[in-house]
Design a protein around this ligand. Structure first.
Ligand SMILES: Cc1cc2nc3c(=O)[nH]c(=O)nc-3n(C[C@H](O)[C@H](O)[C@H](O)COP(=O)(O)O)c2cc1C
Length: 143
């Protein structure tokens, strides 16, 4: 299986998380690359069976959270027939960001099998946990 991580990042946390996720997947035998939403590797995207979409949490900290620059995500290429997963990075409270991101990715045709909120202070630990859970979900959906 091949995977691609597509991220939207303002200050770099979601980018780093995406790169860590791609590394973890590759270590687990799933060839993965990470790319920004503004420069999607179309070759990698077309070959990928698994598409992971990440964004940062934009909001008023305790209200109105949503994926940052969601307009870009809503315009991503269609991924019909591909499995998908979502993640967001956040500082304090991600609210419904993950749900909203799942909805966006579903509307682009992805079959969303999981999601994870990654705290910006533990990008490595949370990215590892996310990939572990994702690998478990893939085992289940492949069965
Ligand atoms: C304008 C703005 C609004 C934010 N709102 C929230 C918020 O409501 N809740 C939260 O937990 N973090 C919030 N954050 C923090 C970011 O989501 C967090 O730092 C994230 O990791 C940034 O990702 P990036 O480095 O990829 O841009 C906000 C950041 C910015 C710049």
């Amino acid at each position: 299986m091949k995977a691609v991580v597509v991220y939207e990042s303002l200050t770099g946390n979601t980018k780093l998380a995406g790169q860590l996720i791609a590394q973890e997947l590759s270590s687990a035998g799933i060839a993965a690359v990470a790319c920004p939403i503004t420069e999607i590797d179309m070759q990698a995207l077309s070959e990928a069976e698994l598409v992971i979409v990440g964004s940062w949490t934009d909001g008023l900290v305790f209200a109105g959270q949503r994926p940052g620059r969601a307009g870009r995500l809503q315009k991503m290429p269609r991924i019909d027939g591909k499995k998908a997963a979502v993640y967001c990075t956040y500082a304090i409270n991600m609210g419904k960001t993950l749900d909203k991101l799942s909805t966006i990715v579903s509307r682009r045709g992805g079959e969303v099998i999981g999601g994870y909120a990654i705290h910006r202070k533990d990008l490595k630990g949370d990215a590892t946990e996310f990939v572990d859970r994702l690998l478990g979900a893939l085992d289940t959906t492949d069965a």
